[in-house]
Design a protein around this ligand. Structure first.
Ligand code: ADP
Ligand code: MG
Length: 293
């Protein structure tokens, strides 16, 4: 084996905006047959906006938004940023939050104006014994079918309403998936988001295999499960919660705009925020290895 050939691959990659960490990074990428893509921030831009505010009995949209934004102002999640941005556009001040707790992969909670406020995915509320009625459940699923993420807001242990959060699929995502399929690779969408939303996004970009509702700590296990089934896996991600999965994958690819820990855990960094280089990166790894063995 010639380290020189590997170095040539590294150099070619750099020209394409594919930064290979070092020659060893490619060594484990032999025989990749599956590319797993994280949804939020990888397939989508991750720049979310609140597109609908749906209050439920006893609340108006302003109150709903204020309670939710007060809690989210202490959270670092991209959903939280969307909620706070919307509130900032409508109010000059927000109430303080006390006893804030982030619930990774689920949502957040805290006390606002002396009332317990929970924001997050529907299962977080049901797990806390907060009932979601049938009409509200139907509205949630309806919005999820469009690919939106629905945040449920509870105030004082009762549902106060829904916030519909919309993210945009990156241009080129569909093309990237088509190309991956054309070169004989299988694809899978991996997301912490619920199944309906994840399936809707997957359908739009031509992915049929979906693993949804995956908690941050479970993402690496999802990759290991594929490997245990004999698959050789490349994982593309951007977030803190993707880092262990990127490290577990046979080839980890991080979007350059991702978080530091994702960049550190990956073998390859994609300089441009464009998924169309993913097939190039996998092919480059294949070709470089073929040259030297
Ligand atoms: P992803 O893998 O899509 O980036 P996460 O694992 O971070 O998602 O979160 C999974 C789900 O948990 C989100 O889709 C959302 O429904 C909910 N969630 C997590 N954090 C928050 C938050 N701060 N506010 C509202 N909902 C949240
Ligand atoms: Mg992400």
């Amino acid at each position: 084996a010639t380290p020189t050939a590997l170095m040539v691959g590294v150099g070619r990659g750099a020209q394409l905006g594919i930064l290979i960490k070092g020659p060893e990074a490619l060594e484990t990428s032999r025989g990749i047959d599956t590319v797993v893509l994280d949804k939020t921030g990888t397939v989508t831009t991750g720049r979310m906006t609140v597109t609908e505010i749906i209050p439920v009995a006893g609340f108006d949209s302003g109150q709903l938004l204020r309670f939710a934004a007060a809690v989210e102002s202490a959270s670092e999640h991209p959903i939280a940023a969307a909620v706070v941005a919307r509130a900032d556009a409508e109010f000059t001040t927000l109430p303080e939050v006390e006893h804030f707790t982030a619930l990774p992969g689920l949502g957040a909670r805290g006390e606002v104006d002396g009332r317990e406020v929970v924001v997050g995915r529907a299962t977080l509320l049901s797990d806390n014994g907060i009932m979601i009625d049938t009409t509200t459940s139907e509205r949630i699923v309806e919005a999820q079918h469009t690919g939106a993420t629905v945040v449920v807001v509870a105030v004082g242990n009762a549902v106060a309403g829904l916030l519909v959060i919309t993210d945009v699929i990156k241009s080129g995502a569909r093309e990237a998936v088509d190309q991956l399929h054309r070169i004989g690779l299988r694809t899978m969408l991996l997301s912490g988001d619920n199944e309906v939303t994840a399936n809707a996004v997957a359908a739009r970009i031509g992915i049929t295999e979906v693993s949804a509702g995956v908690l941050p700590a479970e993402k690496a296990a999802a990759i290991a499960e594929l490997q245990a089934a004999g698959r050789r896996v490349a994982m593309v991600g951007d977030g803190v919660n993707d880092a262990p999965a990127l490290a577990t994958a046979d080839l980890g690819l991080a979007m350059a705009r991702g978080t530091d820990i994702a960049l550190r855990s990956a073998d390859i960094i994609l300089v441009r925020d464009d998924l169309r280089v993913v097939p190039d990166a996998v092919l480059l790894a294949h070709q470089t290895l073929r040259t030297i063995h």
